[in-house]
Design a protein around this ligand. Structure first.
Ligand code: SF4
Length: 471
């Protein structure tokens, strides 16, 4: 089948799309980015209402544009729908985080062809894979440190366990040096606004042996750089291994050129991580460390388990470690929620002042979105939508200044760019070592995953760069 993939959400979801793509390609599917698909896989996210809306709109557009195509909605939003017993009118197949059962679900769907297009049957959820929630967690679900591949009937969480212990070499994406290397899933924290632990289960870490096998296979397929993927990788724990231990093992592989980290949670990073950083010589100097709010009262309501002062000393220590190691400034970017219940004007101002102090390289701004089943959804003093938008605009101004101050220093410098996307007739898209998006014009060999480029200016809204390749 000609299959198109669309991904919403986090690095973990991007990794899982990469893995779904491999599974389907192994079954003879052909991945397409243009043209008419026969199967459309939407790997969804439920972290905010707008993420869910994005998947809704995507599926609706696809249904209109390709009425004959089979649409499969999988991932966290699928999990929310299945657990709520809700229907999803645009999809023929709905799976949650048991998304790796897609092959079975597809076969079941194709075995009942009449179910495909009839509005009633197909979209009734009875025909799709039973929702993960109907399977009580497998009692074999071992604590994170001792994962095995013995699970047979795999509810979502253990399925991740199974996925974690099975090797997952990936088929090369065209023309990029970077691949996802998956090490962890789930989360043990309980932030009051967050739906993730409920959807992905407790933290599970992949055995070091499996991670190193995957890495060697990715390198044998021509990848040169890995993005370490997981939900809360700071929680990585397998036997005596912690995150910094597995990073130094990965770093030791000669043919690997670069290591990037997915989002980090400050409460999961210990002193050992910071102390070990100088030893990870292939680590790109960028850290995305979620702050969520710069106000201690709101951090407490969010159950983030740190104060702004602790967060600030952590990023200061990381900057110091990177400067010591490579003499360069580390880029620190972050996530911030505006309009959390209880955030009055005073709390917001305090948050903005502290955020400005951090000299972030980028700030991802989210308007608080109540998630069913979370503590925060039941809290008093919810902020109006109008107020949330007004605050997001104020923070957008702080973000643009921060991006300008950080990115401006690179004009005239030569940067090693990891190519991520290229289309004929337009500059190639990539990221620098500091994870700044850059559009590179000029000649780039077709098979190059990297290119050296001289930075010639700032892109739109200061959040990106423009450059010219040096060949
Ligand atoms: S650390 Fe908090 S915000 Fe991050 S996934 Fe876990 S519960 Fe959610």
């Amino acid at each position: 089948m000609l299959t198109a993939f669309h991904t919403f959400g986090c690095t973990q979801n991007n990794y899982e799309t990469q893995k779904l793509r491999d599974l389907l390609l192994d079954c003879g599917h052909v991945a397409i980015e243009e043209g008419e698909p026969e199967l459309i896989v939407i790997n969804s996210c439920a972290v905010t209402a707008s993420a869910e809306k994005g998947a809704d709109e995507m599926a609706g557009r696809m249904r209109k544009k390709y009425p004959e195509a089979i649409i499969a909605l999988v991932g966290c939003y699928g999990e929310v729908l299945l657990r709520g017993g809700q229907t999803f009118k645009h999809a023929d197949i709905v799976l949650g985080n048991n998304k790796f059962q897609l092959i079975d679900a597809l076969e079941k769907h194709l075995a009942a062809p009449d179910a495909k297009c009839s509005p009633t049957t197909t979209r009734s959820l009875a025909t799709t894979c039973p929702p993960a929630a109907t399977h009580p967690p497998a009692t074999t679900d071992p604590p994170a440190a001792t994962l095995s591949s013995s699970a047979t009937c795999v509810p979502a969480a253990s399925q991740s366990t199974a996925a974690l212990s099975k090797s997952a070499p990936s088929k090369p994406y065209a023309n990029t040096a970077q691949a996802f290397l998956h090490i962890q899933n789930g989360c043990d924290s309980a932030c009051s606004f967050c739906i993730v632990p409920g959807l992905r289960g407790k933290s599970m870490s992949a055995p070091p042996g499996r991670i190193m096998d995957d890495l060697k296979r990715l390198l044998s397929q021509g990848y040169k750089e890995v993005m370490i993927a997981g939900i809360n990788i700071g929680l990585y724990k397998s036997g005596v291994y912690r995150l910094i231990d597995i990073l130094s093992e990965i770093n030791a592989i000669d043919s690997l050129e670069g290591i990037r980290l997915c989002s980090l949670e400050p409460m999961s990073l210990d002193a050992g991580f910071v102390r070990g950083l100088p030893g990870i010589t292939k680590l790109r100097p960028h850290f995305h460390i979620s702050l969520q709010s710069g106000c201690d009262k709101i951090l407490a309501l969010m159950k983030r388990n740190y104060t702004f002062k602790q967060y600030y000393s952590l990023i200061t220590a990381i900057r110091g470690a990177i400067r010591e190691a490579v003499g360069a400034t580390a880029a620190i970017s972050t996530d911030v929620i505006v309009g959390f219940p209880g955030e009055g004007a005073g709390e917001f101002i305090e948050s903005c002042e502290n955020i400005a102090k951090c000299q972030f390289s980028d700030i991802h701004i989210f308007k608080y979105s109540p998630r069913a089943g979370t503590i925060a959804a039941g809290m008093p003093n919810h902020v109006s939508a109008h107020q949330k938008s007004a605050r997001a605009n104020v923070l957008e101004g702080i973000k643009m200044q921060a991006c300008y101050d950080f990115n401006n220093r690179f004009i005239g410098s030569t940067e090693r760019v990891t190519i991520q996307k290229r289309r004929p007739g337009v500059p190639a898209e990539g990221v620098t070592g500091h994870n700044i998006k850059i559009a590179v014009s000029g000649h780039i060999p077709t098979d190059a995953g990297y290119v050296d480029a001289i930075v010639t200016g700032l892109g739109k809204s200061h959040g990106s760069l423009i450059g010219k390749s040096i060949i």
